[in-house]
Design a protein around this ligand. Structure first.
Ligand code: TZP
Ligand code: MG
Length: 238
């Protein structure tokens, strides 16, 4: 697929960053529905159903995957990240770990995605090296400009719409906020927050390079169908 909003030719970039659907796998969303944890569940839960989504997603055309796991246990995160990473890489996709530079490095991920409260970008870059992707979550123009100036490869921007997936979401930025950032920042923008298939057209029109979703796929009655519809809608839009 051609990039939705290709970065300027002189924009800082290290490795190619695919356009399209950016699928965020979060066991707290998928696991809860697919595998309600038993009270005596072992600490290292394999979340097989979440892993099983990867192959159908690749077959559907998803190229960009992030694992988001809000756990204090690095070993638990590592176990799942290693499984997902192997599948995504074998299928020619790009795999990004949320929050944890150490887990990203340990599993050989393509990159890491950091929030405003995570490791500073400059320090993460020292650890990750120049050839890995670093994405930064941003919620306003100032943060987006800072992320670009600091050498991020892409920015997440949102929440575009209200979301109940994130525990303490930042204020909704809306499509107007996305347009404002698109006008001032050359990096690829991953739009996130409450996005569903019906929103794809206007989110892309407002400047998104990628459309990131969690619940639109993981909380759908049929996740496979949901991702196929999203991919098709994005392809039809460009
Ligand atoms: N960052 C901003 S909104 C959000 C994150 C991680 C949650 C997105 O989840 P959903 O279910 O696609 O709204
Ligand atoms: Mg984070």
């Amino acid at each position: 697929m051609r990039p939705l909003h290709p970065p300027a030719p002189d924009a800082p970039r290290r490795v190619p960053f695919p356009a399209g659907l950016y699928l965020i796998l979060d066991p707290a969303v998928a696991g809860f529905r697919l595998h309600p944890p038993a009270p005596d569940a072992p600490r290292r839960v394999p979340f097989p159903a979440l892993v099983e989504l990867v192959k159908p997603a690749l077959a559907t055309g998803v190229r960009l995957f992030q694992l988001r796991m809000k756990t204090p246990h690095a070993g638990e995160f590592y176990d799942l990240a290693a499984q997902v990473c192997a599948l995504v890489r074998a299928g020619g996709g790009t795999f990004i770990v949320n929050d944890r530079v150490d887990v990203a490095q340990a599993v050989g991920a393509d990159g890491v995605h950091l929030g405003q409260e995570d490791l500073p970008l400059a320090d993460a870059r020292k650890i990750m090296g120049p050839d890995k992707l670093i994405g930064i979550s941003t919620h306003n123009l100032k943060q987006a400009v800072e992320a670009e100036g600091g050498g991020a490869d892409y920015i997440g921007f949102g929440p575009i719409f209200p979301t109940s997936t994130k525990e303490h979401p930042d204020p909704v930025v809306g499509l107007a906020g996305l347009r404002e950032v698109r006008a001032k920042v050359r990096l690829p923008i991953v739009a996130i927050g409450g996005i569903t298939t019906k929103d794809v057209r206007e989110v892309v029109a407002a400047g998104a390079h990628c459309v990131a979703v969690i619940s639109a796929v993981l909380a759908a009655p049929d996740p496979g169908k949901a991702m196929a519809e999203l991919v098709k809608e994005i392809e039809d839009t460009v």
